[in-house]
Design a protein around this ligand. Structure first.
Ligand code: PXP
Length: 237
């Protein structure tokens, strides 16, 4: 079965809504590891909308399993990655106006810039994963860069309706997964995975790790809500 990487960005989203200290994504990472997370993922965005530089630096010292940093190929982000040295960097596309990552990195369209970022990370001894669409051309371009892993973008699968369309997207993921495995890259996947749609992706042959964030943070807010209210009620009574 697949390993679970927990993306804690949206714990930081709640904190940044008030620009205060709670909830601290560092605490969330510890709880995630206690819950069995195989790795912790954070996306340090260029606009710093959720995860902050301090979070990454503290997490580097506190995460006991694998720390996976999602970052744009921009030189300034690669500088930070080379300095902080997470266990793995997943290179992702970034557009400031997007609500969330909207697809995989266009490796074919940004071949030189991606190669430069990958080369610098490799020189710093950091394993690199490329977040890519389940598209044979992108997989081929990723393989040519000798990265360790390919993370397939599952957003189209997650958003597809009706069920027949979702099935088609799963078939597309399955054939992309075969290409990634045949190229001997570690096979990861993520984006938009939820408690309802995750199982068929986890069951794809050779799936190594799934990176899941929003759905886990959403569930955590609700399953913890009753207890949180109970504790506040005791204080105000
Ligand atoms: N993998 C990558 C590369 C991502 O950019 C994201 C979103 O930050 C995820 C996985 C997790 O997506 P979600 O929050 O929808 O589970």
């Amino acid at each position: 079965m697949a390993l679970l990487g927990v993306n804690i960005d949206h714990v930081a989203t709640i904190r940044q809504a008030r620009q205060t200290v709670e909830p601290d994504p560092v605490w969330a990472a510890t709880l995630a590891e206690l819950g069995g997370a195989d790795s912790i993922t954070v996306h340090l965005r260029e606009d710093r909308r959720h995860i902050q530089d301090r979070d990454l630096e503290v997490l580097r010292r506190t995460v006991q399993g694998k720390l996976n940093l999602e970052a744009a190929i921009a030189p300034a982000m690669v500088d930070i990655a080379c300095r902080v040295r997470p266990d793995q960097v997943t290179l992702v596309p970034e557009r400031r106006e997007e609500i969330t990552t909207e697809g995989g990195l266009d490796v074919t369209g940004h071949r030189a810039a991606t190669a430069t970022a990958v080369g610098r990370l490799h020189d710093a001894g950091i394993a690199v994963s490329l977040f890519i669409d389940p598209d044979p051309r992108q997989i081929e371009a990723a393989v040519a860069l000798h990265v360790a892993a390919g993370e397939l973008y599952t957003g189209e699968y997650a958003n597809a309706t009706p069920m027949a369309a979702r099935h088609d997207e799963l078939v597309r993921l399955a054939s992309a997964a075969t290409l990634v495995r045949e190229a001997r890259l570690v096979l990861n996947a993520g984006h938009g995975l939820t408690y309802r749609n995750v199982v068929p992706v986890a069951e794809l042959d050779g799936m190594h790790e799934l990176n899941i964030g929003h759905s886990i943070v959403s569930r955590a807010v609700l399953v913890g809500f009753t207890q949180a209210v109970r504790e506040m009620k005791q204080l105000v009574q």
